[in-house]
Write a protein that binds this ligand. Structure first.
Ligand code: FES
Length: 110
């Protein structure tokens, strides 16, 4: 089974068995990784934002225009940001590493 590595907000790496066909967001949630995903993958929020390792970014298929529009709203946007509900795990993505953004908008308040 392919592996997926999440680097959480504390900088801890979590290597996880990733089911092919599930989105990175779903895999995170099933494994207790703290990704919000407020709209359940319907591309109506940006809370599932992750930063893809630059070495892995080109292995992913291009984001759709809708995803890019939503990403523009994400906090801490980077050149390798993606919405994790739109990245579907495949065998070819074995070893993919993604980082959770350091803080969400809500955590910035106060
Ligand atoms: Fe809302 Fe991914 S969960 S866009």
């Amino acid at each position: 089974m392919p592996k997926l590595t999440f680097i959480d907000r504390a900088g801890t790496r979590h290597e996880i068995d990733a089911h092919v066909g599930l989105s990175v967001m779903e895999i995170a949630r099933r494994n207790g990784i703290d990704i919000e995903g407020a709209c359940e993958g319907s591309l109506a929020c940006s809370t599932c934002h992750v930063i893809v390792d630059p070495e892995d970014y080109d292995r992913l298929s291009e984001p759709t225009e809708d995803e890019e529009d939503m990403l523009d709203l994400a906090f801490g946007l980077t050149h390798t940001s993606r919405l994790s509900c739109q990245v579907i795990m495949t065998e070819e993505l074995d070893g993919l590493t993604v980082t959770l953004p350091a803080a969400t908008r809500n955590m910035m308040v106060g």
